[in-house]
Ligand binder design. Sequence first.
Ligand SMILES: C[S@@+](CC[C@H](N)C(=O)[O-])C[C@H]1O[C@@H](n2cnc3c(N)ncnc32)[C@H](O)[C@@H]1O
Length: 284
Amino acid sequence: MKIKDIINRSMDVAPWVDGEKIPWNDPGLSQRILASHLSQDTDWASRRFDIIDRQLDWINSRLKPGSRILDLGCGPGFYTQWLIGLGHSCVGVDFSPASIEYARQKAAESGTPEDRLTYILGDIRQYQPDGLFDCVMMIFGEINVFTESDARHIFQMASQALRPGGLFILEGHTFNAVEETGMSPTMWWHAAEGEGLMASEPHLCLQENFWDEAGRTATTRYYIIDGETAETRLFCSSMTAYTEEGYSHLFTGSGFQPPVFLSTEQWPVGAPFEGQMMTMAAVK
Ligand SMILES: C[S@@+](CC[C@H](N)C(=O)[O-])C[C@H]1O[C@@H](n2cnc3c(N)ncnc32)[C@H](O)[C@@H]1O
């Protein structure tokens, strides 16, 4: 891709057409995002441990001893590792090679046997649950980056994975957060003097946002221009916005009871995400 391709780009943007999502499963990207997961200076990628600890207290308060938990989009395994320590067993699924490698290494260091803690490197949408779980969780807003049809598939899979009475905990973005992303200034850029999330070398990042009112979808295009060669790459990310009612339909349409919406006392989201994220729990 060349700079003239940016100049001549189509402004007729359809969600998920220019690219499914930022390829967090790319080895280089996955390695760079791992640093954000591990950082205790920010709440991006994963929350800082003090917030995760409080979320885990809530999760554990809902579990029977020795529960079996499935973590969809487990990242580096902060939640699973802690739940193992409380006597539960876990399966974590994530398509980021660096995060899964980190999680497996931590599991090996703690001497946890694989029948109690298994990490699967793969796409959530292709994952087929092995056995039944007491709890399925999908934390930190990843549900919104899937098309609505993929989201429905994930809800169905979570439902099939749970035993009757099992709990699905889901943290999604609020409708307003997604809408604000789509409607925020259409063109924005920054210069990275060194390594950034999207590239390891100095680069320019040009970003533009679109809001599709009919589809309730925000799409962001990122043009990454190499500082040396001016070679340009396009990344694209789309997010579906759900109201509380929209989320409730996803649950009840997949065999769950209507969800309970957690307060930020029960489930702290971290300062940058106040009013941006909401957490729901529904019993099958
Ligand atoms: C915002 S992070 C949250 C990680 C973890 N739940 C936490 O809170 O620490 C979202 C995670 O979802 C993973 N992910 C995104 N899309 C995925 C997909 N299609 N299949 C598997 N994992 C996916 C990413 O690699 C990333 O680790």
